[in-house]
Design a binder for this molecule. Sequence first.
Ligand SMILES: [Zn+2]
Length: 138
Amino acid sequence: MTDGYTVGGDVISWCTKCKLELGHTITAIVDNKPKKVKCNTCNGLHNYRSKPPEPGKTTIKRAGRKRKTPEEIYNEHITRLSGGEPAPARKYKTDDSFTVDELIDHPKFGVGVVTAIVKVNKVETLFKDGPRLLIQNQ
Ligand SMILES: [Zn+2]
């Protein structure tokens, strides 16, 4: 026997536990090739792998779940609340009080959607360029 593998012989295999190419002891042979090997380093038994697993093959990509931009979220809110009609936004005044899902017409930032009441006197409002905290009840 000058070539081929023997059970109990050594072979370099990719270790699935050590994540390295290491010396392994062959424990099973199929078609003159190592089938099962035992890692000499961690003693782990696993299938023989001549190469490390290709990156990308084992990871399943999550399809179509990209992050939305503040503007996309903003547009979704506006469409949902106004039903495609021009939004009936209330003029923003610091002494007014606002509720969630209410549209605010801010003199500087434009029309925004109230997304949360942070405090009695603070509302989080989503504008086209992102969320902002606005004062209310003051
Ligand atoms: Zn190992």
